[in-house]
Design a protein around this ligand. Sequence first.
Ligand code: ADP
Ligand code: GN1
Ligand code: MG
Length: 350
Amino acid sequence: MNEVLKAYDLEGRPISCTRYGSGHINETWLVVTSRPHLYILQKINSFVFPDTEGLMQNVIRVTRHLREKEPDPRRALQLVPCRDGRLYVRLGDETWRIYEFITGSVCLDQAETMEDFRQSGYAFGHFQEQLADFPAEELVEVIPGFHDTPRRYQALRRAVEEDKAGRAASCREEIAFYLEREQSAGVLTDMLRKGELPLRVTLNDTKLNNVMLDEETHEALCVIDLDTVMPGLAANDFGDSIRYGASTAAEDEKDLDKVRLSMPLYEAFTGGFLAACGGSLTPRELATLPEGARLMTLECGARFLTDYLQGDVYFRVARPEHNLDRTRTQMKLVREMEDHWQEMHRIIRG
Ligand code: ADP
Ligand code: GN1
Ligand code: MG
């Protein structure tokens, strides 16, 4: 760690460096200096992101673009340059970087109020709007095919055929649920291919805990965690927020009666998102937002089921049926969306 800090000319002398935050991917540290000045130091998880070089190029380009539009230091992430001018440090096979700490902010794992969720919608919408003039196709696809739903379906079919963990016979109903909906898996990717939807800069991890809020007012300040920034569809970023944040229960809830799509939460998020970016999305994109929510939920459930069939090799599990429980909550949410389809569209139309 000292060796990393030595590469930087920080404001003041570092006096402490402690583990920070509740992120699951990177190692995050808070550095306090004698000035005093606060920094966020991170070691990038090179197992999840083998192409750290490509990842950092994306982060550098996107933060630069956002910073040019946003003079307020609390409203855009800022990488701190090393003594040699580079924006990250390589130490053997490790990659480290430092961000300016966003002062007077909080980061929530769960929304405390409906308004917190609306604010996260605002932050992700603002991110979309500010990057509407960025050449998305120039970004590196750090996880290739991440939201290529038909490709995720191919992986599910392969997992069923191989049945590596000998579990396929016990989840016929779940497999049937997904296969019944396979025809719709390519709706958005087909529209993209035909040029009916624009390629956008997407975050691909639009959870509440990737937004910093003002600690007093809980007003959205900025989006963080840009590691999964890639070219993608606006509907997918919208959709993944709804999948995760508009559910009335946890992603791994066993009691499916508790799992509902909360229409008030859906409406709150949509209100924030559209207030921030509605004007920069095309009418076709706006109309595909509910499909983004349905497809992200379908895709995520298919990924959980694939992992269950393969013997839990990707998602961290705490119990043998964990991935199957997650699959089932996603199925319930898809059904809920199908049942509320017209209302989901009506809320988008305003
Ligand atoms: P992970 O990929 O592990 O989720 P994040 O980049 O989201 O990593 O960072 C983890 C946590 O560190 C965040 O949830 C937030 O609490 C804190 N954090 C990250 N960047 C900043 C920043 N620039 N200012 C203040 N806190 C930050
Ligand atoms: C993973 O790391 P986390 O929990 O933010 C996954 C997402 C899934 C999510 C489901 C890189 O995200 O795609 O939607 O789990 N991230 C990756 O909980 O695969
Ligand atoms: Mg995070």
